[in-house]
Design a protein. Structure first.
Length: 58
């Protein structure tokens, strides 16, 4: 990942979390924003895994 794309991703992540969570996390460091994002993706992946299991059991 190049520095430019990393910066773009970070900005996108900031604006996305700001959009989702209001102004609450505006001044928090990027690490916390990343942690929030990771927890979101974790839950999404969990759901996908459950769906996959359902298909395998059919």
């Amino acid at each position: 990942m190049t520095r430019a794309s990393r910066r773009y991703y970070r900005e996108r992540l900031k604006s996305k979390t700001r959009y989702h969570w209001g102004e609450k996390f505006q001044d928090t460091p990027g690490v916390i924003l990343k942690a929030i994002n990771i927890s979101k993706t974790y839950h999404i992946n969990e759901e996908r895994r459950e769906i996959k299991k359902d298909f395998e059991n059919v």
